[in-house]
Design a protein around this ligand. Structure first.
Ligand code: UDX
Ligand code: UDX
Length: 454
């Protein structure tokens, strides 16, 4: 087995280190966030990621995982993965300062014939920069390989252990073979290309997935005006193997630490290198509009104005099964509603209240759905947590000021919401937008109450 190191133990580095240890490798995990490292050393993960804790605990107890918050004088690892964050700057360029810090710290500590692997999403061409830095500050010959990750938060361990493909980019074939060998037990197809192509595969993949979502969100808006059901449209489209049914769920749009950063970074790279990224800019614009369309839907549902209305938002995380609120559409929605004078409360089953208050200081955090429903003029489902899908909303019907339920993720069963006594609103499915009092009509009959309670 191989001695590895991972620099940056966040949602990607932490999962990668734990999975490599599970595959039998020894992994030195280095992160400047001493608090995160301290939690890892208790055998738990500092991030909410299903299935990660047992891997951390096992890796610690069998000695394959070692967590430290500073660099040792020398790194014995043969292969070092860089997974530090690469936040976007305001005009969209990716900020590489942490990558530079990590590479210069590592290069001077590595043995000759070691390999630096870039796992963080970095602008096309960064691998060449890293190679130059490694050559200058490391006295041995150090190879550089780009190995972008395709992990989804909430299923990152499963995605790591069951990759659709492993992408490697380098000028050094032997280095790529050594990195490919780490993934051999997973049995995935391995694509070996040059560094820039590997870096582009990551950006193009994320940008395409975001494009699929913005596409179906535009179709949802058209369905809303023409009376079609976008969920059934997506189902019909998805049966075509060339299209595929995933990433065609219309709703509040995409968020998180990757899509917003990566689509903007790719558009920025295109623009500064002389091409005009019309499609990417439209994908971003449609996504921003999705929040505004949802505000409009809520405003209509509560009687035409939001000032003074109390709204409970169900969910703060950018998607279910994660505690990550980076670029969360739910929090963006909360801020937009508050901006119009609404009194906004948020309940999330996992995200700590303090983290929510940091990003949306003017919202109240409700400890439970019941607490948040008291006096609410609308309940808005913004994150598709199972806890919400399984909740019996009839138990809070008597608490709300008006029985309005806006399903901004199209994930609730409209009939059960109506049976619970709520008028149901959703995205791009006009035939399902019905008041609680409606006996299910045939297709085409559209009844909206949206009446505001006393
Ligand atoms: C990171 C990159 O941000 C992203 O571009 C890439 O697609 C995947 O890897 P993520 O793991 O979500 O994403 O980032 P984050 O959870 O912020 O973890 C990064 C870790 O690096 C943090 O724990 C941070 O403390 C650490 N770090 C940062 C270092 O150890 N050293 C540094 O110099 C900077
Ligand atoms: C994404 C990519 O999927 C992953 O391959 C890459 O490595 C990192 O970025 P992640 O951001 O963790 O993963 O979550 P993902 O499941 O892709 O969802 C991203 C956003 O799109 C979320 O806000 C989600 O709610 C939204 N989404 C997803 C939709 O709105 N509709 C969909 O059909 C799917």
């Amino acid at each position: 087995m191989t001695h590895l190191a991972v620099i940056g133990c966040g949602y990607v580095g932490g999962v990668s280190a734990a999975c490599f240890a599970e595959l039998g490798h020894t992994v030195d995990c280095i992160d400047v966030d001493a608090e995160r490292i301290a939690i890892y050393n208790t055998g738990r993960s500092p991030i909410f990621e299903p299935g990660l804790d047992p891997l951390i605990e096992r890796g610690l107890s069998n000695g394959r995982l070692r967590f430290m918050s500073s660099y040792p004088d020398a790194l014995d690892a043969e292969i070092v993965f860089i997974a530090v964050n690469t936040p976007g700057s305001h005009e969209g360029a990716a900020d590489l300062r942490w990558v530079r810090d990590a590479v210069s710290s590592v290069s001077s500590r590595l043995r000759p014939n070691s390999i630096i692997v870039n796992k963080s999403t970095v602008p096309i061409g960064t691998g060449d920069l890293v190679e130059g830095m490694a050559r200058r500050s490391g006295d041995g010959v150090i190879s550089v390989v780009s190995n972008p990750e395709f992990l989804r938060e909430g299923s990152a361990v499963k995605d790591f252990m069951n990759p659709d493909r492993v992408v490697l980019g380098s000028n050094d074939t032997c280095a790529m073979e050594r990195v490919a060998a780490l993934y051999a037990p997973l049995g995935a197809q391995v694509q070996c290309v040059d560094i820039r192509t590997a870096e582009m595969i990551k950006y193009a993949s994320n940008a395409f997935l975001a494009t699929k979502i913005s596409f179906i969100n535009e179709i949802a808006a058209i369905c809303e005006s023409l009376g079609a059901d976008v969920k059934e449209v997506a189902r019909g489209m998805g049966m075509d193997a060339r299209i595929g049914g995933q990433f065609l769920s219309a709703g509040l749009g995409w968020g998180g630490s990757c899509f917003p950063k990566d689509v903007r970074a790719l558009a920025h790279m295109a623009a500064v290198h002389g091409t005009h990224p019309q499609l990417l800019r439209s994908v971003i614009e449609i996504n921003n509009d999705q929040r505004l369309r949802t505000v409009q839907k809520i405003r209509t549902a509560v009687g035409g104005q939001l000032d003074g209305r109390r709204i409970l938002i169900l969910g703060a995380a950018f998607k279910a099964d994660t505690d990550d609120i980076r670029n969360s559409p739910a929090l963006e929605l909360a801020n937009l509603l508050a901006f119009e004078g609404a009194e906004v409360a948020i309940h999330d089953p996992v995200v700590p209240a303090a983290r929510i208050k940091d990003q949306a200081p003017q919202v109240q955090v409700a400890a439970s759905i019941e607490d948040g429903a008291i006096g609410a003029h609308a309940l808005v489902l913004a994150t598709d947590w199972t806890q919400f899908l399984e909740f019996d909303f009839s138990t809070v019907r008597a608490l709300v000021a008006s029985p309005v339920f806006v399903d901004a993720r199209n994930c609730m069963d409209s009939k059960s919401v109506r049976r619970a006594g709520f008028d149901y609103f959703c995205i791009g499915r006009p035939s399902l937008q019905l008041s609680a009092s409606t006996i299910d009509p045939g297709p085409g009959e559209l009844v909206l109450s949206g009446s505001v309670g006393s």
